[in-house]
Design a protein around this ligand. Structure first.
Ligand code: NAD
Length: 299
């Protein structure tokens, strides 16, 4: 069966390597971003350049969006010269951004009016896994649509799991983001405590990583903290966005989320301290400032 023509909108930290992997897998791609630099790079690798989101949709059977937040997805899909202006009946829209579940449902309803089917398919794994094509993809939408694009998702991800109806992908991502934020905060609190108490943090990390406290977060973020490297990665401001969506959703559903609320305040303090564009591993800097100690290599 011929490979579907794909449109890709949003070539940032995540979108650019995801688009590159689709090109490498032999898909023909039309790409667009409001910033020209990443478009040039992906076009140099073999993609066609779209003039706008509408143009991308006109030239594609499947359109993927990878944008920062709900308003950006609404803008790229619903506004004039957006995806729905160019999409034909039968086009499949896969929004892989992390957005509010309610907005995913709202955009899908508008898409359906034009005969466009939508999946919400946010990802976890960050830039390294976007580059390797080993993201975890959590999908909401109709089973028959999921199966039509599963091969495309598997190029970008090690796993793509259909979790339920439209919106479920982003609901799953909110759960993921609470777990990741709390893990980073727990790691930060513990490593700052050990360091302040005079124990070498690198040795603490090596001693505990194989036990129950070991985690993907520990392995990804402690080495960066030891180097004092908070280059994003996943920016604190984007994690604030996800936690805000989690708190809003928790309010709507009637579920108290005391720990997520607490980490949100820590992230807001870091933002006020000028660190919104740091990697979320930079949460440790909040604790370091309070304790007046830095978790760094000692030799
Ligand atoms: P990013 O800010 O690096 O990239 C977003 C891209 O979208 C930018 O290039 C921007 O110019 C473009 N853009 C914004 N509005 C646009 C519009 N209307 N039309 C066309 N292009 C537009 O963000 P990112 O880190 O790549 O994250 C993208 C999404 O993936 C976010 O929802 C984020 O929460 C999620 N995510 C990020 C990571 C990570 O580690 N960075 C991990 C998992 C999920």
């Amino acid at each position: 069966m011929a490979k579907k023509k794909i449109g890709f909108i949003g070539l940032g930290i995540m979108g650019k390597p995801m688009a590159m992997n689709l090109l490498k897998a032999g898909y023909s791609l039309t790409v667009y971003d409001i910033r020209p630099e990443p478009v040039k790079e992906v076009v140099a690798a073999g993609a066609a350049e779209g003039r706008c989101s509408e143009d991308v949709a006109e030239k594609s059977e499947v359109v993927i969006t990878m944008l920062p937040n709900s308003p950006d997805v609404k803008d790229a899909v619903l506004s004039k010269h957006g995806v729905l202006d160019g999409a034909k009946t039968g086009t499949i829209l896969i929004d892989m951004s992390s957005i509010a579940p309610l907005v995913a449902k709202e955009v899908a309803a508008k898409a359906a009016e034009k005969g466009v089917e939508m999946l919400d398919a946010p990802v976890s794994g960050g830039e390294p896994k976007a580059i390797d094509g080993t993201l975890s993809i959590m999908v909401g939408g109709k089973k028959e649509i999921f199966h039509q694009v599963e091969d495309i998702l598997k190029v970008m991800g090690a796993s793509a799991v259909l979790v339920g109806d439209i919106g479920s992908g982003n609901m799953t991502k909110l759960a993921n983001q609470i777990i990741v934020a709390l893990n980073i905060a727990a790691m930060s609190e513990a490593m700052v405590l050990a360091t302040k108490a005079g124990v070498d943090p690198e040795k603490v990390y090596k001693a505990i990583r194989g036990g129950l406290a070991g985690s993907t977060v520990l392995d990804a973020k402690v080495p960066l903290a030891l180097d004092g490297n908070f280059k994003p990665g996943f920016r604190i401001e984007l994690h604030i966005k996800d936690l805000q969506n989690a708190l809003d959703t928790a309010g709507e559903v009637g579920v108290p989320v005391p720990l997520a609320s607490g980490v949100m305040e820590i992230m807001q303090a870091l933002k006020a301290d000028g660190k919104a564009s740091d990697d979320h591993g930079g949460i440790i800097q909040y604790y370091e400032k309070l304790a007046e100690v830095q978790v760094r290599h000692q030799s």
